[in-house]
Design a protein around this ligand. Structure first.
Ligand code: C5P
Length: 233
């Protein structure tokens, strides 16, 4: 299965994004475009980045009624992105509708991965606000299994959960994992972090890395270090 490093382009303008991307002259990293950049610049930013030859994970985390999600996914699929996502809590009907919407006339489609429980949600807030009484680990694994049964390609999860997700849903079920830091780097607001090397050992298929690359003095060097540690070392 393909394994790669995805850079989170958490910028609020096209200008800042292109200032960053212009530093990459010889490689075309896989990029994640999230809500901040997409809401700031709209679909044109996706087209422009795609035209520069990058693969794109469009991280918009859809969650709505099945019909709305299906039609929205059809629009995103036309943008020719490589991966997009939704909330597994939208349930099976929403996930299967999303897959239908994503599938192009020629049968191809971007990878579709599900967010299980956001890593900002803890057991207490799940119990208090969502009335979910089960341990969070069990909830995450159950959502992963529901996503798998709906036909999705994988989940976004912590690297620490990647092994368990594979054990439950199969090696081919993709794990996309943020929360990655260099051993000698700043943790920032992330709590449960691992290094690129450890993420690989734990079974991550794609690591999503933001600030360790975007805020580095030399982003290209930081990206190359990340690739080396995740894919080669
Ligand atoms: O800068 P940093 O490496 O922390 O960026 C991680 C990226 O992954 C951000 O875009 C963040 O929103 C995203 N993300 C995350 N944790 C999740 C899901 C997405 O950090 N559970």
């Amino acid at each position: 299965m393909a394994k790669d490093v995805i850079i989170a382009c958490d910028f609020n303008s096209a200008q800042k994004t292109f200032e960053f991307l212009n530093k990459f002259t010889t490689v075309k990293p896989f990029l994640k475009i999230g809500m901040e950049l997409y809401y700031a610049e709209g679909p044109s930013i996706v087209r422009e980045i795609k035209a520069r030859g990058h693969k794109i994970f469009l991280d918009l985390k859809l969650h709505d009624i099945p019909n709305t999600v299906k039609k929205s996914m059809a629009v995103l699929s036309n943008l020719d992105v490589d991966m997009c996502n939704l909330h597994a809590s939208g349930t099976t009907a929403m996930m299967t509708a999303a897959l239908e919407g994503l599938t192009r006339a020629d049968g191809t489609r971007p990878l579709l991965v599900a967010v299980t429980q956001l890593t900002s949600t803890d057991e207490e807030s799940m119990r208090r606000d969502l009335l979910i009484e089960k341990p969070i680990d069990e909830v995450v694994m159950h959502y992963a299994e529901v996503a798998k049964n709906a036909g999705l390609d994988g989940v976004v999860c912590s690297p620490l959960e990647a092994g368990k997700v594979h054990a439950r849903c199969g090696e081919g079920f993709v794990t996309v994992t943020p929360g990655v830091r260099f051993a000698d780097g700043d943790v920032g607001d992330q709590k449960r972090v691992t290094t690129p090397k450890k993420a690989r050992e734990l079974g991550s298929d794609y690591i999503v890395v933001g600030r360790p690359i975007t805020a580095a003095e030399d982003p290209v060097k930081a990206y190359e270090r990340c690739v080396k540690e995740f894919l080669e070392d």
